[in-house]
Design a protein around this ligand. Sequence first.
Ligand SMILES: [Ca+2]
Ligand SMILES: [Ca+2]
Length: 263
Amino acid sequence: MKNKIIFISILLLVIMISAVEIYAADEVRYIRGIEIDGNFDDWDGKPHIIDNEDDIRSDWLNFTKVGYFADDQYLYIYAERLSSKSFYPWRFNVVILNAKEGKQRYDYIPTKYEYDDKDKYYQPTRYRKRKYAQFQISTDYSYYRNKKGTPIGISFNGKKIETVLLDSNSNKRIEFKLPLDKVGLDKENIDVKFMIKSSFDIKSYRKGLYPYDWVADGKPIIITTGPTYWQISSIPFFIMTIFIVKRKYRKGQETENSSKETI
Ligand SMILES: [Ca+2]
Ligand SMILES: [Ca+2]
């Protein structure tokens, strides 16, 4: 009987410790920020959306995956497209739907899509008129000094903010960050609602198909901003809870043993 109790206690302890370790590893991965450098390993474990491939004809405008992350200052975005050819530029907009400042544009955003079997294409069937603020992302050729890396220019409502040179040879994916103070959302624990819109695709347009690729299809992406201290402080809290549970369990065992002795 005693051996059984010891065995169960050890088993419980092992389960608890491994749970803490997994939880802590997940937390560390989450709180580890994104560095804008052309190395995409830091996107492992961050939220992402897979986008349809049958929603625009030009491969270089066709988004296939978008990752996102936010702290209290920046919205970080990872974008992947179908084409990796270096002579195709990057050119798209990041639309901030719940911007508190800088809303200047109106657009009809698709809210519903239907798959067209004949054209093998996702065509929008419903739209909603929305006002928003807009960041423009494009390959900055004025910055090209050598053939290595990808220079990504970032503008807000038509005004250039900066150019970052990504140390990456593949032109299939990029990463960048957008300053949330431009849209009045540089705060902790608030939602940022955004969408990504490709530039106009003449190839789709000529075939009578909808000429933009939106991510996400039919609805905005929502990410809650930091703070990171919340996530860090939850780890000691979790360990403390386990410690209390363990102490209570041990106390219970002691009472059980002493009552046995009395008998
Ligand atoms: Ca990176
Ligand atoms: Ca797509």
